[in-house]
Every structure is written in C-alpha cells, then in structure tokens.
Design a protein around this ligand. Structure first.
Ligand SMILES: [Zn+2]
Length: 377
C-alpha cells in the first residue's frame, strides 16, 4: 500500500525504519489469521450429504486426498500430511529416490468407512482407519471423532505406514523386475516392531497450521510399558525384535516398539542423542535394502533357483526379515561384542525415568520444525 503513495526515495529511507516492522507485524497478523483458518478447517461438524462418486479431490505436492466431507476438510488433511512429510526426512535420515503420490480416502461417516473396511476383511467398528498396499495403496479413514478423539491421530499413524511402504520398503532391483511378479516389486522389509514403533511415535505429533512438532511421549504406551517393566512381565526385546509379519503383535508389543523408537530418537543422554538418531537411520537404511549387503545379488542367492523364485518365497522372506531385524539391531544399535540383554536392562532403567504426565517425558522438548534440535532439561 505504501509503495503506491510514496515516492521511491522516501520508500528507501523509510524502509530502514518502518517497512521491516510493518512487515513483521503484518506477518504475525497474517500468521494468526492462517492459524485461525487452519483451526476452523480442522473442525469436525456434521457433513452435508454427498455421494462418494462426487467426492472432492485435493491435490498437494505428495498427497491426493479424496473425501465426501467438505473441500476444506480435504485441504486440512493434505496440509497436515504435508507437514508430517517434512519430518520424515529427518527421522528416516535417507535421501528418497522416488516418492510416489500417496492417497488418503476420508469418509464422511462411520457406515461408509465400515463398508470399505469390510471389503478388506475388517470387522465393523473394530478399526479406526487402515492403510492397504492393495492396488496403488491408500489410507482409508472415517473422518469423524472417535471417543472424542480427532481422526488426525489415526492419519499420522497410518500415514507413517504408507510412507514406510511406499518410500522405505525393499524395492526389487530393476535387473530382477522382469522375473519377479509385479505385486512383489515392493516387499515389506521394515520389521513389524519398527513399523509400529514409528507409527506410534508419530501419533503424538502436534501441529498448528504452520509448524509440526514431534517427540512428545505417547502417554498410554509409556504407562503400559512402565507397568510391564515394574511387574517384570514385559515381552523380552529378543522376542519383539524378531517378531514376523503375520504373527500377532499385541498391545504389549506396541508399547515396547514405541519405547524403542522413542529412546532412539530422544536418548536421555543429550550427548548421545545424535549418535542414537544416526543408528536409527542406519538401521532403517539397512532395512530398505532388505538387510542385504548387495541387494540384487543376495536376493538371487537366497530366494531364487534357476532364474525363478523359490516356491516358499513369501514364507522365507518373512523369516529373513524377522531374523535380520534382530541381528541388525544387535550389530548397529547394541554394538559388536555387547549383549542385547545388558542393553535391555539399561534401556528399562531409562524408560522408568520418563514421565507419562509430562509432554516430553521430562527429558527433552521434542523439536521444532525449523530444525533447532532438542533442548535437554
Ligand atoms: Zn499400525
């Protein structure tokens, strides 16, 4: 506005004194307005009836959100997913080669969602959302409050599974693509403990339309974990780390998985935090290569005979990931020559020091999106 009224020289003189403060003031007012609009978009009212075939489609950089709620709700979902996406790079620590567009389907009612969930074999009323790799892969969620809880928590959980599968899981090397069936070109290689540990870690992300903060403790998981440790009934790490896809993964396993990821992201010893984070990235990197040294050669050696996949390939693959999950954890995280059980005893002691009643467990402040890092206190 000023620029239209004042001559150029006056602007240059004024610039030093006024323009920056005005800009800052406008910035903060604009930021406040953005936040208010964002909050409004996050509300879950009764949605006006709209058929799924007339659903809104909201495209952002990495996501397509399809929803028969409102356009604004779709925009809100894509905004939070993009914010979360920003954090993945730090956590996974890898340079992502190819990121396919990811789809989120948000249904305006529980009934509409249940119909879809039933098709995928889930009983009505049991799941709060799911991610399926079927077809091109997609998240499906009922966009309604469940027990007073905003569905965004489910979005963060399932969104992490979607990212793990689409971006991190083992991609069959191009030399093998013509001899491996297309549906096996992406194979689950991130072990179940890590997949669920990361998802439960991301559930607590806190956002306000501009920034997203991760690293708050998951109070329910921590409380349960501490209780199991105190009562000496925690499933041993050896068992959790080698859990295979298809084996039951109980609430007790979830709590341990969360505790493992949390401790690797927010090591209680501030000086060791970076090192612990690097180990987590290193472990994730190894998982993305199928825990192989030479991803193409080792795959052929282990799973193929005469240029064809072995008959029991899927069973062998799942066993390979379960076994490697444990041995790589011992190599990368525990360290050579050290015993997992000793590491576990120390880890338990530290887990017991966290507080489920303090947002950051009383040991650190998580981290802001600007990458300022964590402040220990
Ligand atoms: Zn999950």
């Amino acid at each position: 506005m000023f620029r239209r009224i004042l001559p150029l020289t006056a602007i240059l003189l004024l610039a030093l004194f006024y323009v920056a403060p005005i800009a800052r003031c406008m910035d903060s007012r604009q930021a406040e307005k953005n936040r208010e609009e964002f909050e409004k978009r996050s509300e879950i009212p009764e949605w006006p009836k709209r058929d799924w075939k007339n659903a809104y489609k909201v495209n952002s950089l990495h996501y397509t959100v399809v929803t028969n709620t409102t356009y604004n709700a779709g925009k809100f979902i894509s905004d939070v997913m993009e914010m979360l996406f920003l954090r993945y790079k730090d956590i996974f620590g890898a340079q992502f080669a190819r990121i396919p567009r990811m789809t989120v389907n948000a249904y305006s009612s529980r009934q509409e969602y249940d119909e879809i969930a039933n098709k995928y074999g889930f009983q009505s009323g049991v799941t709060g959302g799911f991610y399926t790799t079927h077809g091109n892969g997609a998240i499906h969620i009922p966009y309604v409050n469940i027990n007073g809880q905003h569905p965004v928590k489910t979005l963060f959980h399932e969104g992490t599974h979607q990212f793990v599968h689409d971006v991190i899981d083992y991609k069959v090397p191009f030399q093998l693509k013509s001899i491996v069936p297309a549906e096996l070109h992406v194979l689950p290689s991130v072990p179940i403990w890590l997949n669920e540990g990361l998802a439960t870690y991301m559930e607590t992300a806190d956002y306000d339309g501009e920034t997203i903060e991760i690293g708050k403790v998951n109070p329910g998981r921590l409380y349960q974990l501490q209780l199991m440790i105190k009562r000496k009934v925690m499933p041993p790490l050896r068992e959790v780390l080698s859990r295979r896809f298809g084996q039951p993964f109980s609430a007790e396993h979830y709590a341990v998985a969360w505790g493992l990821v949390y401790s690797m992201r927010h090591n209680w010893d501030v000086d060791k935090r970076e090192q612990a984070r690097k180990k987590l990235s290193q472990y994730i990197d190894s998982a993305s290569k199928g825990f192989f040294k030479l991803p193409a050669n080792d795959f052929v050696k282990k799973f193929m005979t005469g240029g064809k996949l072995n008959d029991a390939f899927m069973i062998d693959w799942v066993a390979h990931i379960g076994d490697s999950s444990l041995s790589e954890f011992e190599r990368i995280v525990v360290g050579r020559g050290k015993k997992l059980e000793d590491w576990e005893a120390e880890w338990k002691k530290q887990i017991l020091k966290l507080s489920p009643y303090k947002p950051y467990g009383g040991t650190n402040r998580g981290e802001a999106v600007e990458n300022k890092g964590s402040d220990g206190f």
